[in-house]
Design a protein. Structure first.
Length: 399
């Protein structure tokens, strides 16, 4: 489909409707969070934090599967106004700055003129899980659903840059999204990366799970940087701008940074300013998709715990499950890993609850580099609430 005016209409309708309903009692409470009664275009009802900008979280039970469906994939935008209409007749991805030749591509050209490559990769907001930090860290109080995993298809960023020819001394690249800041004092959404960080697996994606990207996930093209938190996975990409110097931009210098020390943490009660660094690569993590906090299971019947685990691409070695509050741990069965090192790995673990009442189920992932998910109590704190990867816990009722 070339023209997308249908979206304009439906987004407005959804936006208006959501104002009155997103805070009301929802049809199904999940993890203490409420599903919205209204759905955004191309999305099912999601846990909705805001509709301007759209901030939509994936409900926990979706994390029983390695691939997150497009219509259940979380959404995060920074600007209240996002484009609601893209005309592919005029849409161009521009390559400019310190290049031999400035270029611009239509979507069809991107598809036809560059070798298509595919990668299955986790997309996770650095603030995913933030609500678990105590004291409360600033920002959207995400539960654990600001993450998803998809098969992305697109052109290698490197191939596109090579076509334009990078000039000597050009070390940085800025990525611009199509949306504009609400008024002149607020910064536009621009991210910068050092050329050295751009491996072969960084792609400009035009497909997500075999379909065009959902509007809210960055139609028509977005950046994919496997292993990295998604703050630099710029959506609705408009410009790739090559520069010699790092520019001090708000979204690079203020947001998405953590303390620059060995534990990447700070004292919440100290007034001292800490030196910070960008959040970059993801730490090891697992999530239980089933059961959830609302699940009731019968005593002495088999219950299969299912979930997903991932890291920055070093590889998951094991997921361990505890059903006795962390006293003992047993290895779960992992899927065969065919989706690659940047993907979710599915795990499952079957047990038979033998006592009635509340039972705590915990999951802990360990990667091939020996990194282990810490207990929630052992998580260091940072003021932005980034990189939360405490051991996941759900409490079920055995009846
Ligand atoms: N153009 C644009 N791209 C963006 C952002 C944005 O606000 N504008 N937010 C970033 C952040 S912080 C996240 S977490 C991801 C969210 O991607 P999603 O909405 O597809 O889940 O998009 C990234 N790319
Ligand atoms: Mo994010």
């Amino acid at each position: 489909m070339q023209r997308r005016d249908f979206f304009k209409k439906s987004l407005v309708v959804a936006g208006v409707a959501a104002v009155g309903t997103s805070l009301e009692a929802a049809s199904q409470p999940l993890d203490g969070q409420k599903l919205s009664k209204v759905a955004f275009p191309q999305k099912r009802p999601m846990i909705t934090y805001s509709d301007r900008p759209p901030l939509l979280e994936t409900p926990r039970e979706v994390f029983t599967n390695a691939i997150t469906p497009n219509d259940h994939f979380f959404v995060r935008w920074h600007m209240p106004e996002i484009p609601t209409y893209i005309d592919l007749n005029t849409y161009r991805l521009k390559v400019d700055g310190l290049v031999e030749k400035e270029l611009s591509f239509t979507l069809d050209q991107l598809k036809a003129e560059f070798e298509p490559v595919e990668v299955v990769s986790v997309l996770q907001c650095g603030g995913n899980g933030r609500s678990a930090f105590a004291p409360i860290a600033g920002g959207i109080q995400w539960g654990n659903g600001a993450v998803g995993n998809a098969k992305w298809k697109g052109a290698r960023l490197r191939d596109i840059l090579e076509r334009a020819g990078i000039k000597k001394g050009a070390d940085w690249i800025s990525f611009y999204g199509l949306e504009k800041a609400a008024y002149y004092k607020t910064p536009n959404f621009v991210r910068e990366m050092h050329m050295e960080e751009l491996g072969d697996h960084v792609i400009v994606a035009y497909e997500m799970n075999g379909e065009e990207l959902p509007y809210l996930n960055g139609y028509p093209v977005r950046l994919i940087i496997p292993g990295y938190y998604s703050d630099s996975w710029v959506k609705m990409l408009s410009n790739l701008t090559v520069t010699a110097k790092y520019e001090e931009l708000f979204f690079m210098d203020v947001a998405y940074r953590i303390p620059d020390n060995a534990t990447e943490s700070e004292d919440p009660h100290s007034h001292k300013k800490v030196k910070t660094k960008p959040i970059t690569t993801m730490n090891v993590k697992s999530m239980i998709g089933y059961p959830t906090n609302e699940t009731k299971v019968y005593c002495n019947s088999h219950t299969t715990v299912r979930g997903v685990a991932f890291d920055q691409g070093k590889g998951i070695k094991e997921v361990q499950i505890s059903v006795d509050g962390g006293k003992t741990w047993e290895a779960a069965i992992l899927d065969d890993g065919t989706l690659g090192r940047y993907s979710f790995r599915e795990f499952r673990y079957t047990f038979k609850p033998g006592t009635y009442g509340k039972v705590k189920i915990m999951s802990k992932a360990i990667n091939l580099a020996g990194e282990v998910q810490p207990l929630a109590e052992e998580m260091g704190w940072n003021h932005g609430g980034y990189k939360y990867n405490g051991i996941d816990v759900v409490t079920i009722e055995v009846v």
